[in-house]
Design a protein around this ligand. Structure first.
Ligand code: NAD
Ligand code: DAU
Length: 371
């Protein structure tokens, strides 16, 4: 086994959630080697991990998960005994424009990793014993829920409906992104059922926090408020999302990877539903306050634009399984999480400028021109 007790391959570790997970694992388990494999697409950024890049138990490898030969060689050279797979194309709007890339990375990339793990582990002494393949997925595979409690809570937070996503629910994806993620989940289960791959799957709701690429709602809007740019609300802003602070997701992944039951799926969510328009008003309020603007200063930036095609109305997770079996629950109140998040983006303008220059500007402007 070499000098490390475990060798964990994390894919997509230079992205938003992956970087929080890598940081947690590198610090919490000095006796594990954490091998971060990332292709560094537009969404991957090594600056997200500058605080752990020199840790003795951390290795970065720039590679595409679809490169099967390369994945096989990594399993061998690092004696990988655990995988936490996050690498994916993750933005719904991009998937509507370019479904092929999503099928390639999210489906073929997952199969490539599963097959590399299978070949290595089946040939190993002890076979699959002590091995684990953790696939990180999304609540979007379940489709959309109805809004049948339209009033929500006193601050505009939910719940907005009587039904929630549970682990046994039938898959019903609507976007090319969620269809590709659903397909990857099916392949993970197929490898478990067919070859005995010791797999677990987690399906999580919307994450927010530092290091999220500013094409997603929360960082995009904070950055736009700062620069006095319009805030493009899709449709009427009635869609509901269940928001979870990213470090709470990373903690849940760590827990399921170590203690979840093989072959099981665990839903992870924030018990924290917000209608987009209410969330956006909160963002405006907090950002204006921190910037020293008068209350309501940036509300006029809100602009209602053409809705996203196939826009799912409501996501809401029932996270009681992970709570009851493993004792996990979100640790951070939304008010505190949003305050921290807004402050982080306002204090890290250099990071934002770094990731939004060049190619991204062209993409963002063309998104706008189409609407
Ligand atoms: P992200 O887009 O911020 O990061 C994705 C990372 O994967 C990037 O570092 C990118 O460079 C890398 N990557 C992309 N294609 C690759 C390839 N072919 N080979 C190797 N690396 C590649 O994504 P995120 O928001 O951090 O999401 C991570 C995972 O969590 C995804 O699987 C996503 O489906 C899932 N998820 C995300 C959320 C959310 O709210 N962001 C919620 C639930 C689940
Ligand atoms: O639910 C989990 C999913 O959450 C993850 O699997 C995805 O990877 C992640 O991107 C996220 O998907 P969403 O589509 O919900 O996130 P996004 O930030 O793109 O949008 C959040 C909501 O805000 C959604 O209802 C669309 C709306 N929106 C988004 C943008 C970017 C707007 O109204 N205007 C915008 O400009």
């Amino acid at each position: 086994m070499g000098e490390f007790r475990r060798n964990i391959l994390v894919t997509g570790g230079a992205g938003f959630i992956g970087s929080h997970l890598v940081r947690l694992l590198v610090r919490k388990y000095p006796d594990y080697r954490i091998v971060n494999v990332d292709a560094l697409t537009y969404a991957g950024n090594l600056a997200n991990l500058s605080d752990v890049e020199n840790a003795p138990n951390y290795v970065f490898v720039k590679a595409d998960i679809c490169d099967f030969e390369k994945m096989c060689s990594l399993f061998e050279s690092y004696e990988v005994d655990g995988v936490i797979h996050l690498a994916a194309e993750s933005h719904v709007d991009r998937s509507i424009r370019d479904p092929f890339t999503f099928a390639r990375t999210n489906v073929m990339g997952t199969i490539s990793l599963l097959q590399a793990a299978r070949l290595r582990w089946e040939a190993a002494e002890g076979g699959y014993s002590g091995k684990r393949f953790h696939h990180v997925s999304t609540d979007e595979v379940y489709g959309a829920l109805e809004l049948d409690l339209p009033q929500g809570g006193p601050l505009g937070e939910g719940p907005y409906g009587t039904r929630f996503f549970t682990e046994g629910m039938k898959y019903d994806p609507h976007s090319p992104y969620s269809a590709a993620k659903a397909s990857s989940d099916h392949f993970v289960r197929a490898f478990h059922d067919t070859y005995g791959m010791p797999a677990v799957i987690t399906n999580c709701s919307n994450n927010y926090g530092p290091y999220q690429f500013p094409e997603k709602l929360i960082p995009l809007f904070i950055n736009n408020i700062r620069h006095g740019k319009s805030l493009p609300v899709y449709g009427k802003g009635e869609n509901v999302r269940d928001w979870l602070y990213v470090e709470d997701h990373a903690r849940a992944i760590d827990l399921v990877f170590h203690e979840g039951r093989t072959g099981e799926t665990y839903n992870i969510g924030g018990f924290n539903e917000w209608k987009n328009i209410d969330l956006i008003r909160v963002l405006v309020k907090v950002t204006d306050r921190i910037l020293g603007n008068p209350e309501g200063h940036s509300l006029g930036l809100i602009t209602f634009v053409t809705d996203r095609a196939g826009h799912d109305l409501r996501y809401a997770i029932d996270a009681s399984k992970i709570h009851e079996e493993l004792g996990w629950e979100p640790s951070l109140q939304f008010e505190e999480g949003i305050e921290r998040t807004v402050r982080w983006y306002l204090e890290n303008q250099e990071w934002l400028d770094g990731v939004t220059s060049g190619e991204y500007q062209n993409y963002y402007e063309s998104m706008y021109m189409d609407r």
